[in-house]
Design a protein around this ligand. Sequence first.
Ligand SMILES: Cc1cc2nc3c(=O)[nH]c(=O)nc-3n(C[C@H](O)[C@H](O)[C@H](O)COP(=O)(O)OP(=O)(O)OC[C@H]3O[C@@H](n4cnc5c(N)ncnc54)[C@H](O)[C@@H]3O)c2cc1C
Length: 320
Amino acid sequence: MAEVLVYVDHVDGSVRKPTLELLTLARRIGEPVAVALGAGAGDTAAVLGEHGAVRVLTNDAAEFADYLVVPKVDALQAAVAAVSPSAVLVPSSAEGKEIAARLALRIGSGIITDAVDLEAGDEGPVATQSVFAAGFTTKSRVTTGVPVVTVKPNSAPVEPAAAAGAVEALAVSFSDAATGTKVTSRAARESTGRPELTEAAIVVSGGRGVNGAENFAIIEALADSLGAAVGASRAAVDAGWYPHSNQVGQTGKSVSPQLYIASGISGAIQHRAGMQTSKTIVAINKDPEAPIFDLVDYGVVGDLFDVVPALTDEVKTRKG
Ligand SMILES: Cc1cc2nc3c(=O)[nH]c(=O)nc-3n(C[C@H](O)[C@H](O)[C@H](O)COP(=O)(O)OP(=O)(O)OC[C@H]3O[C@@H](n4cnc5c(N)ncnc54)[C@H](O)[C@@H]3O)c2cc1C
């Protein structure tokens, strides 16, 4: 069976969930071979093997942390040369898409970004994308070279599937361009204790209806009761009620969680563009004519200041 390269997103050996989701998709189209780079790369092998990686190619050179994406592109290119895979899968983060685009250019391949599903096809893997502000769903495949596909978080379940996970050293010779952009300092973002917005399985968002920064506490309380991330509409962000890093939409972040709860958000097209591929959508809005109700699975017509705290209490009660 053809091998499929999976680029591993990890922090010091701790593998992030979107990579495990990629392994689920990779198994549909071939045998997953993971590529783990940087400090702790070897520590990823056990969990990658548990989720279907037949081999784990590792290289822990300092260049991966000291410089921006080019060393990683060099390494993936070396892995493509060593494995001759039938496809390369990369998580659809900002960095992942830059790596994937540079790799595709280097190896003369076509690329598909932001896929939300992937299946085997007679002439190569077929990717599903949600395009034009999620107004259309398309299926496409790469016709030139080794397909490079970036996949959005939450596009597939994490499924255990034991495989060898055999660690092999990946030889990489870095190109001149690799050391062109040096990382000069790093500052860790203050942790909220909540999941990363683009990766969260549940997102609770607030909009203009929340009516003030201080009122976002009730959105956060619901999010915390569900173990969710907090999102915000641009109106809420522009008003200074919540950080821009939490904005969902066309000019914010794109999320695709299992559950999206929108409170006091009207459902403008630019907001929908960032959340319409969510699996289950719930809206709380006091206006029964709000456009958001056109796309929801469950809608609650009511005042969010009544509904959201009641929902939080109910979740807490049921969790015991
Ligand atoms: C180029 C461009 C890019 C944009 N990018 C984005 C983007 O990335 N993300 C984004 O979100 N927007 C974006 N916008 C803005 C977008 O067009 C909307 O203006 C914005 O999404 C509206 O935010 P909102 O739904 O919170 O506010 P509103 O449209 O004002 O809606 C507020 C809603 O809250 C309801 N409400 C009020 N009080 C309560 C209450 N007590 N209980 C329950 N419901 C209540 C109201 O009925 C209303 O439906 C963009 C616009 C442009 C032009």
